[in-house]
Design a protein around this ligand. Structure first.
Ligand SMILES: [Zn+2]
Length: 250
């Protein structure tokens, strides 16, 4: 039994924290204490064990050792992105006396920096959240490119006829692979194999969209098709070997 009165209070609070009903002040108090007290830290970890993974990750992040590099990294990424965008805008304005192509740079910065920020800030499912953020921003970026080209006097509107459909096809390919792998708890090689197999219909769909846009006929690129299938089978074999080696405990 623990004689330290602080520890006794904290151990009562740990149960409340694990139930998810603790106030922020209680969580903070437990956090301060378990950072310095290995015994309470052990009890705390044991209490967290039964929680769903996202709740556990959040509580662990609140009570774990403080990581100043996380904050520092967020601000440096933002500052560098803002600085490069600003630089491009200044050059753009100096040359053209108005902003045109630098909007594309700004959009590209945004769609690469925000997913990285999401990845560094998220506690769970970081990759999926970052990819979700990127998917939305990628379509937004296509809109920016189209708007800038229209503004620069190019009359062709390809956004709805080509860019968005093609982006949707390839985002669907990637998302279907990742969601299937996640739901069925498949390893990364199987995930890559699914995506590679889906590249086959993705490639045909892209060809069809391009043919409809240019008014040409749809030609199936057999060389690409063979490459996708061979690469997919290779990934599948790697996945099977990985499963055999790891022995699949669950
Ligand atoms: Zn303690």
């Amino acid at each position: 039994m623990n004689r330290n009165p602080d520890c006794e209070v904290v151990q009562d609070l740990i149960a409340v924290c694990a139930s998810g009903k603790a106030s922020r002040a209680s969580v903070r108090l437990v956090a301060e204490h378990v950072r310095a007290c290995p015994d309470c830290r052990r009890r705390y970890e044991a209490a967290l064990h039964g929680l769903p993974s996202w709740k556990r990750a959040r509580l662990r992040a609140e009570t774990g050792p403080r990581d100043p590099s996380r904050r520092y990294m967020r601000w440096s990424i933002l500052a560098l992105g803002a600085l490069s965008s600003l630089l491009c805008m200044v050059v753009n304005y100096a040359v053209d006396l108005r902003l045109s192509w630098s909007w594309i740079v700004f959009g590209a910065m945004l769609s690469s920096i925000l997913p990285v920020l999401v990845y560094t800030q998220a506690y769970t499912n970081r990759f999926i959240k970052a990819l979700g953020c990127f998917s939305v921003l990628a379509v937004f970026q296509l809109g920016v490119i189209q708007a800038v080209l229209l503004d620069m006097g190019q009359p062709d509107v390809w956004l709805w006829r080509v860019a968005v459909p093609v982006a949707a096809v390839w985002l669907a390919v990637v998302w279907m692979g990742i969601v299937t792998a996640k739901l069925r708890r498949l390893n990364g090689f199987f995930c890559i194999a699914i995506i590679l197999f889906l590249c086959l219909p993705g490639d045909v769909a892209t060809g069809a969209i391009a043919a409809a846009y240019t008014g040409g006929t749809l030609a199936i690129r057999w060389f690409n098709a063979v490459c996708y299938v061979v690469a997919a089978i290779a990934a599948l074999v790697m996945g099977v070997l990985f499963e055999m080696r790891s022995g699949r405990p669950q």
